[in-house]
Design a protein around this ligand. Structure first.
Ligand code: PBG
Ligand code: ZN
Length: 322
């Protein structure tokens, strides 16, 4: 007790504070989202996400080589195809935009290549699955996810990240991978993904806005925390290797509880709306730039092992290779 215990001893100067820091951000644990656009010739800034671009395949190649050089370790890919249809058939095309992007990353960099697996970029409806009378048919959608997963594995992906929130999606994907001997392809499940208002900048970026209705019949109701843990529990039982909580900053309670309950790698996705709020505040001078690091620290401190963030590149550029 005071005056023997003085917690200010931990804080006297920066070197001292560093000895006591409990949370560390390492490049190994950050994942940078990358958008590849089959329709684009030149890179194009996403207007709702200042500093984030959609790349043509050729510019993408230069971009990811640069990411690799500055010390980025992991990317997660999102594709914007030239062709959308009812069943999202471009999503499992061997020469599809994602399949080609995976190969380019494998051939030219040492990055861990993660690919988001969903249908909303590929369906004319903008929904994450096949719709019948306005409702997404779960089990028919799983059949397309299986084809998509196999095509990603054939292209050489390291980690597949199913984000559609269909029931049974992890089991379906693990099944097709194992049947085809892709036993070491890792699944990072978007396990507890909430029907959040924070995704709208991403939907501009990925052209994946639902053309009718919303995603509330498959993504989680944000009023529910216990149900989020059931989602995580089920994905673990279905064979997920990494479970994810998404978005991040409004959902740190879920991360923290999952950390206590499961001995699994936990990822969190700090989504487009979180990025844009913080980025706009920094750009306008409202908040100091260090708020970026503070937000990343919050995700790691709450128990995330891995963080997907649009600030990953910026953070690594300004902190260097370690
Ligand atoms: C696709 C997908 C979404 C995000 C990642 N994968 C959007 C959505 O569910 O509408 C959101 C990412 C972000 O906002 O940064 N299912
Ligand atoms: Zn989707």
């Amino acid at each position: 007790m005071f005056p023997v215990e003085r917690l200010r001893r931990y804080r006297e100067n920066e070197n001292i504070r560093d000895i006591f820091k409990e949370t560390h951000i390492s490049n190994d644990k950050l994942i940078m989202p990358v958008f590849v656009d089959e329709n684009e010739k030149n890179k194009k800034e996403i207007s709702s996400m200042p500093g984030i671009y959609r790349y043509s395949l050729s510019e993408y190649e230069d971009y990811i080589k640069d990411l690799n050089d500055i010390g980025v370790k992991n990317i997660i890919l999102f594709g914007i195809p030239s062709n959308k249809d009812d069943v999202g058939s471009s999503s499992y095309d061997k020469n599809g935009i994602i399949q080609r992007a995976i190969k380019i990353a494998r051939d030219n960099t040492k990055l861990n290549v993660i690919a988001d697996l969903c249908l909303c970029e590929y369906t004319a409806t903008g929904h994450c699955g096949i719709t019948e009378n306005g409702y997404v048919n779960n089990d028919k959608t799983l059949e397309i996810y299986r084809k998509e997963a196999l095509s990603y594995a054939e292209a050489g992906v390291d980690i597949i990240a199913p984000s559609g929130m269909m029931d049974g999606q992890v089991k379906a994907i693990r099944g097709i991978l194992d049947e085809n001997d892709y036993i070491n392809t890792i699944i990072m499940a978007y396990s507890s993904k909430f029907a959040s208002n924070l995704y709208s900048p991403f939907r501009d970026a990925a052209e994946s806005t639902p053309q009718f209705g919303d995603r509330k019949s498959y993504q989680m109701d944000y009023r529910n925390g216990r149900e989020a843990l059931r989602e995580i529990d089920m994905d673990i039982k279905e064979g997920a290797d990494i479970v994810m909580v998404k978005p991040a900053l409004f959902y740190l309670d879920i991360i923290s509880k999952a950390r206590g309950l499961y001995n699994m790698p936990i990822a969190t996705y700090s989504v487009s709306g979180e990025y844009s709020m913080i980025k706009n505040s920094v750009n306008s001078g409202l908040l100091n730039r260090d708020v970026i690091e503070e937000s990343l620290i919050a995700m790691f401190r709450s128990g995330s092992d891995l963080v997907i963030s649009y600030f990953a590149e910026d953070y690594i550029r300004s902190h260097g290779k370690y």
